[in-house]
Write a protein that binds this ligand. Structure first.
Ligand code: GTP
Length: 468
């Protein structure tokens, strides 16, 4: 059992911090956190969206329609789509079908019309995301900030400042920061109680029982061996241990320029921020001068296709879409075909959110991968699992299941700004060792950072020690 549960301190009344002490502990506590902004309507798209229905039509003609009958549940329909894989494979291997698909990739005259209704799978054990309604089609107001008409992207929240300061500002409310900040401002004694409080702070911040126990027991051993002169020396050792856990996974995504297109497939449970992350990545890659294309493979949520198309318009990026309830594997195939034909450097494919416990939907991911491999045996070159940093220990089973279904090569941990936790990053690193490529620290296009272990740890620990 954990020592912080075991040890009781009934004789010690809870001391309330004075206003001055609190102010000293949180010098910038009123630094404004990112504000979530309601979705804006999407303007009518002058879009480079590519209508790619020819391939799907061929697949249907082969008697493998993945269309959802009106009276079927959406999940049934999607399970049926998985069942159609054999016939889809046959179609893909038919050169006539492939050629027809390539021909059908001419730019569309008009964007795909989105049905009004939006279907979503609810994720009961996941922090609910803001519910997005299918945007009405009306012209965007002329004077709006850069991302004002992109649903799911905040427009008036300030972007996190660049560099370490951005991390510090966005993670300031974290449980580790608050607990340890308060604790060390009281000049604690170097004893077991100090270790208990550190343990509580780590558990509260979702570092996880196993990782926390390991960290604390290592510190306890060193404390008993009289390695620490004072409490601050112990906290410095904690910082070093936390950093050592994260450094091996802080491996940035390297896009191999020789691979065209470099295919990035984004996956994850509902509402974790996949589509938003794709928008942010699109912005990043455009800024790096790369050519790219997006595949609107979240064919389940109408707003997701519109969201991606809006991102495409904003950044001048082609979006391959077939509309709601289309077969996601077919969209991915069409997009890869088009990206190859154009010599595009990067293709980012979106997928619908799915619970890691839903076997049929998880199998669909394997299908998308196999279909992509018909055109490029090495694709997808990166399978990015997007994890909501507020999810807590459930993230462990998400990663385990998605990894088993498709093989995860990189992680994006989002919403680290909005959470009092975020310690799950340590648990993930310890358990799997899979690279953490990016961190989402806000809703703005700029708020995606290459994961930096030192910046993250420094942002979590009290500023006096955080600088290292
Ligand atoms: N604060 C904060 N919000 C974020 C971040 N990333 C995404 N979000 C918000 O999370 C919500 C859900 O994001 P989406 O991109 O729609 O999530 P999704 O995974 O594509 O959703 P589904 O398609 O339903 O599975 C939106 O309101 C985003 O603005 C982040 O790093 N910080």
């Amino acid at each position: 059992m954990l020592s912080f549960l075991r040890r009781k301190k009934p004789d010690e009344p809870q001391r309330r911090l004075s206003v001055e002490e609190l102010a000293a502990a949180f010098p910038n506590q009123d630094a404004a956190p990112a504000e979530t902004v309601a979705d804006e309507p999407v303007g009518e798209s002058p879009s480079p969206a590519i209508e790619a229905t020819g391939f799907a039509a061929r697949v249907e003609a082969a008697g493998t329609s993945a269309e959802t009958p009106a009276d079927e549940t959406i999940e049934d329909a999607r399970t049926a789509a998985v069942a159609s894989e054999a016939a889809l494979d046959v179609a893909i291997n038919d050169p006539a079908v492939v050629d027809a698909a390539a021909e059908s990739l001419a730019p569309a005259e008009a964007p795909v019309a989105m049905p009004e209704a939006e279907a979503r799978i609810e994720a009961p054990d996941v922090e609910p995301a803001s519910v997005e309604s299918a945007p009405a089609v009306e012209p965007a107001p002329a004077v709006k900030p850069a991302s004002a008409d992109v649903p799911g992207i905040a427009t008036d929240a300030p972007a996190a400042p660049a560099g370490k300061r951005g991390w510090l500002e966005r993670l300031r409310g974290n449980a580790i920061t608050r607990s340890l900040g308060g604790l060390f401002s009281r000049n604690p004694k170097l004893d077991d109680d100090l270790l208990d409080e550190i343990e509580t702070a780590l558990i509260t911040a979702d570092v996880g029982v196993t990782a926390t126990t390991e960290l604390v027991e290592r510190l306890r051993k060193r404390m008993k061996a009289r390695e620490f002169a004072d409490a601050n020396a112990l906290l410095s050792a904690l910082r070093a241990d936390l950093l050592a856990m994260l450094e091996p996974v802080a491996r940035p995504l390297v896009i191999d320029r020789a691979t065209r297109p470099f295919v990035l497939l984004t996956i994850g449970v509902n509402g974790v921020g996949k589509t938003t992350t794709i928008g942010k990545l699109a912005r990043r890659f455009k800024d790096e001068g790369r050519t790219l294309m997006l595949a609107a493979g979240d064919t389940f949520r109408a707003a997701a296709v519109a969201q991606l198309q809006a991102w495409g318009d904003r950044n001048g990026v082609h979006v391959v879409a077939q509309g709601q309830n289309a077969d996601a594997a077919s969209v991915a195939f069409d997009a890869l075909q088009a990206a190859k034909a154009r010599g595009t450097e990067v293709l980012i494919a979106d997928t619908a959110g799915r619970l890691h416990t839903q076997q049929g939907l998880m199998a669909e991911l394997g299908k998308i991968k196999r279909v992509l491999q018909k055109l490029d045996p090495a694709a997808p070159h990166e399978v990015l699992l997007v994890i909501d940093g507020t999810t807590g220990q459930n993230a462990i089973s998400q990663l385990r299941q998605f990894n088993a279904a498709i093989g995860v090569t990189g992680l994006v941990v989002t919403k680290l700004d909005g959470t009092a936790k975020g310690g799950v990053v340590f648990a993930l690193a310890r358990e799997f060792g899979i690279p953490i490529r990016f961190a989402g620290i806000g809703e703005r296009p700029e708020d995606l950072r290459v994961f930096d272990a030192a910046a993250f740890v420094d942002a979590l620990l009290p500023e006096s020690l955080g600088a290292g």
